[in-house]
Design a protein around this ligand. Structure first.
Ligand code: FES
Length: 102
């Protein structure tokens, strides 16, 4: 079974904004997109920027530092200068928390 590596209170999740949560796999960015919770590594694969501080457009997150873009559903880099995919994480939720799993 997937292992729980982080949790985030459901109340902190708002549409259009990322939440950064620490985990044993490094910081994770959690997003609410169309009612679906998506989790990826928080640190951009280009340089050292936090994607939880980025700009969300649909299911694409734009890095706040140089504007690289990633598809949160696949982790794929979809706009330069981002070239390498993000690690994705699983999620599950109960009435209080979102759990990030790996
Ligand atoms: Fe994210 Fe450069 S650090 S695009």
């Amino acid at each position: 079974a997937p292992k729980e590596i982080a949790r985030c209170p459901l109340a902190e999740l708002r549409s259009g904004e990322g939440v950064r949560v620490p985990s044993e796999a490094g910081p994770v960015a959690v997003f609410l997109v169309d009612g679906e919770v998506l989790a990826v590594q928080d640190t951009c694969t280009h340089e050292d920027a936090s994607l939880a501080d980025g700009f969300l457009e649909g299911h694409v997150i734009e890095c706040p530092l140089h504007g690289g873009q990633f598809d949160l559903r696949s982790g794929a880099a979809v706009c330069l200068p981002a070239q390498h995919p993000l690690r994705r994480f699983g999620t599950r939720s109960d009435s209080e928390f979102v759990y990030v799993t790996a």
